[in-house]
Design a protein around this ligand. Structure first.
Ligand code: MN
Length: 242
């Protein structure tokens, strides 16, 4: 049986067929494909209201989880006032994903945080976000235009990531926020050329890894080893649990 890998769903308005700007749970196909190619079985996890009560049930049916990208995390989650450029907070999604993330950490469920998911990982460890990288560095490197991928190399400096992504790999980037204070217990594993933090992991966990870029967009290329490692860790998790 393939390891079951949860994908946290976006919760936003979408339009297709007779549904016009209707609330929808959705995820980019690239995550589904990257997990499937890596040997996992992808399952969409919707952000239920009051997920605190449901996180255990959701996690009990999973062997691993990917916290996907999306809009900026609400700054109230790390005790800051919102920056003028911040997206309006998606309170339901923030709360649901933090509940899933914390539950996954408690269980040592293999976990990959992508972009927004990477930022949530830092917040779960008590870290903060830099709400607008463009205030201090050339933010265009990370997001040239809203809605278009930017591409920049990453310097990989350690952790599991060093086994999975060669330093200098050019990645898919689309963010304007970054890491402020690194959460206690997390190891920095990658940097952008401007020295902002792009990779974090908890070396005490079986597999707890976050990147500020989008490996799923290179899911059959440079991103594939990341998803293979997640699925391998998920298979090991499933084996010990059964
Ligand atoms: Mn970047």
């Amino acid at each position: 049986m393939r390891p079951r890998i949860g994908i946290t769903a976006y919760w936003r308005d979408a339009s297709w067929g007779p549904w016009t700007s209707m609330p929808a749970c959705l995820a980019p196909q690239a995550y589904v494909d990257a997990i499937t190619v890596a040997g996992g079985f992808p399952l969409l996890v919707p952000p239920l209201p009051e997920m605190d009560g449901f996180a255990d049930e959701a996690l009990a049916s999973l062997d691993g989880i990917v916290l996907v990208g999306g809009d900026d995390v609400g700054s109230a989650n790390y005790g800051a006032e919102p920056h003028p450029t911040a997206d309006p907070p998606n309170v339901r999604r923030d709360a649901a994903e933090l509940a899933l993330l914390r539950g996954a950490l408690d269980r040592d469920l293999p976990l990959l945080g992508v972009c927004r998911g990477f930022q949530l990982l830092n917040i779960a460890y008590g870290g903060t976000l830099d709400q607008h990288l463009g205030d201090t560095v050339d933010g265009d490197v990370h997001r040239v235009r809203l809605g278009e991928w930017s591409n920049h190399p990453v310097e990989v400096v350690g952790g599991r990531l060093a086994e999975l992504v060669p330093s200098g790999t050019v990645i898919h980037s689309h963010h304007h926020q970054g890491i402020g204070a690194v959460g206690a217990g997390l190891e920095v594993t990658a940097y952008a050329p401007d020295r902002t933090v792009e990779g974090l992991e908890d070396p005490t966990k079986a597999f707890c890894l976050g990147v500020l870029w989008h490996p799923e967009e290179a899911g059959t290329g440079s991103g594939a080893p990341v998803f293979r490692a997640l699925v391998e860790a998920a298979a090991a998790y499933a084996a010990t649990r059964r």
